[in-house]
Design a protein around this ligand. Sequence first.
Ligand SMILES: Cc1cc2nc3c(=O)[nH]c(=O)nc-3n(C[C@H](O)[C@H](O)[C@H](O)COP(=O)(O)O)c2cc1C
Length: 206
Amino acid sequence: MSANGLTGGDFTESGEPFKLFREWLKEAEASEVNDPNAVALATVDEDGLPNVRMVLLKGFDTDGFVFYTNFESQKGREILGQKKAALCFHWKTLRRQVRVRGPVEIVTDAEADAYFATRARGSRIGAWASKQSRPLESRFALEKSVAEYTARYAIGEIPRPSYWSGFRIRPTSIEFWKDQKFRLHDRIEFRRPSPEGTWDKVRMYP
Ligand SMILES: Cc1cc2nc3c(=O)[nH]c(=O)nc-3n(C[C@H](O)[C@H](O)[C@H](O)COP(=O)(O)O)c2cc1C
């Protein structure tokens, strides 16, 4: 980090967004007390009513931003319906925000299997035991479900449930925001017409 606290000098000089995002995430990993990869995920339902909740970013490269979830959850159904989503990272220690928007694709089965296999055994059981976003009659019902799947998969590998996988947001917009004095913040947005297009860079009023 340079003396003025900006990655590689003035971040608004950056020519492309992926390298800059990786630098900011790395700095957040060093400075945030927990979950530097936590991000607000916005979706819309079939009536156009927005919905937002946190998820954990589990993959990132020039193809996009990946997170994992239950595809039968509310977010899962909304994304499968609209095929679009947005993300908002806020790193409090760095006073920085990154916004991402774009169409969404499903990761390959091989990619989802590989990530599922890295999860703690309890989390893999949890993916089977939780009917995410559907009414739960009692905490006891959840614990019973966990006990049942723990017994079922007592021996051997735990397979990935067919309804549990990852989404990749393929960005058409990535906006970087950095706190500056008197709320005269720095903002730059990288935009492209489609995930295959070339980036345009626009500086914006704060
Ligand atoms: C910091 C944080 C990280 C989370 N990460 C995930 C995640 O990666 N995947 C997930 O399905 N839910 C995650 N959750 C739970 C979601 O916020 C949400 O409660 C749940 O997925 C149900 O959302 P839905 O009903 O809109 O589908 C996380 C919650 C928090 C607070």
